[in-house]
Design a protein around this ligand. Structure first.
Ligand code: NAP
Length: 335
């Protein structure tokens, strides 16, 4: 059998996870028993939302010391003890930060290569058609309750969740405003069809910048960031505005969160704020994925991947997400 590498948790991080929070282990997987498959990973994802699981502060169980770092991945079956999968099948599932994994034959989705091409790559299943895209789809439509003509404001708008959310918003007839860090990301959003953009890193006073860009106020704020950015958005909400809490990336590495201060606006403006866990919509995933794949093929939904090669850089690339270094869905290519 061949040797492979995987990243495991060495210690629970405080702040932005540093390299010494992980161990790079070399291992030789066992041959699969009945009901198991051996998967060679091709790509795995780096997700800001995983941060809570590294320190055990998440809706899902925290990782224990020695656990393989979890993430979505796609890979190829290289040995099978299952009637469900044959050698050569491509699958998607929670493979983790690893070059290979011995996996039960459950919790994996077989991917038909014939369904993918240069418009919809197989990696889209762990990106725009996976958790990030689905978070945008359900968060905006179920919690945001959008009405054509309304104004949608999005933070971390150039990330996979934010960029998908904005483009879905355009298909629903919304006026879409994205906030992102830096001119390149803002130009990208304009190219995607966003109506207006705010480079929050260049804004001295973000609440004022939002007021200038959205003079009539914001109907829906899709929040990926939290903290000060959330407060700046709240000050610009219209009466009966909806705030969708997708993520709080600016808070994940803080021991004491900045939190939300402008709560009086919830009374004066009758605001509503609600968070989501995308897996609550699991039964509706196939329908949403089919709809989003159709939007991609119609040229109405573009997606961007930011792929780095080799498992070794996963910890540094993960930390870089919190400094805005990714431009699109951050994936690690392992083959
Ligand atoms: N609720 C759910 O079920 C669910 C599922 C998936 C993801 N999420 C959440 O959705 C959000 C977006 O996820 P994603 O995968 O699309 O990743 P992402 O938006 O690409 O996240 C990384 C980006 O966040 C921005 N960022 C990082 N630190 C920041 C800070 N302190 N202040 C402002 N912006 C900061 C940076 O963009 P800039 O360069 O623009 O600053 C960075 O490139 C995350 O909060 C994630 O946890 C939620």
């Amino acid at each position: 059998m061949t040797d492979y590498k995987k990243w495991t948790l060495a210690k629970h991080p405080c702040g932005v996870p540093s390299e010494d929070c992980y161990t790079l282990e070399i291992f030789t997987p066992d041959a699969p028993k009945d009901g198991q498959v051996l998967i060679k990973t091709h790509y795995f994802s780096l997700d800001p939302g995983m941060r809570g699981r590294l320190s055990g502060d998440s809706y899902a169980a925290g990782l224990k010391i020695g656990d393989t770092i979890e993430s979505a991945g796609i890979g190829e079956i290289i040995a099978s003890g299952s009637e469900r999968f044959a050698v050569g099948d491509m699958v998607m599932g929670g493979l983790g930060w690893t070059e290979a994994v011995l996996h039960p034959d459950r919790g994996l989705q077989k991917l038909d290569p014939a369904l993918f091409d240069d418009k919809v790559a197989m990696t889209a299943t762990i990106g725009v058609l996976g958790v990030p895209g689905l978070t945008a789809w359900f968060g905006l439509q179920d919690l945001g309750q959008p009405q054509s003509g309304e104004t949608l404001l999005i933070s971390s708008a150039a990330g996979p969740v934010g960029a998908t959310c904005g483009q879905i918003g355009k298909t629903l007839g919304l006026n879409v405003v994205g906030m992102a860090g830096g001119a390149d990301k803002c130009t990208y959003l304009k190219d995607l069809g966003f109506d207006a953009v705010i480079d929050y890193k260049a804004a001295d006073n973000l609440a004022k910048a939002i007021a200038t860009t959205c003079p009539d106020g914001v109907d829906i704020y899709f929040d990926n960031v939290g903290g000060k950015m959330l407060d700046a958005a709240i000050l610009n909400m219209k009466p009966r505005g909806r705030i969708v809490v997708s993520g709080q990336v600016s808070e994940y590495n803080r021991e004491i969160p900045i939190g939300m201060r402008q709560t009086t606006r919830f009374i004066t403006h009758r605001l509503r704020m609600e968070g989501l866990v995308v897996y609550d919509y699991a039964k509706q995933f196939p329908e949403a994925q089919a709809a989003m794949a159709a939007l991609i093929r119609d040229g109405k939904l573009a997606y961007r991947e930011d792929i780095s090669e080799g498992i070794k850089d996963a910890p540094s690339e993960y930390a870089a997400l919190f400094a805005g270094a990714n431009f699109g869905r951050r994936l690690i290519k392992t083959i």
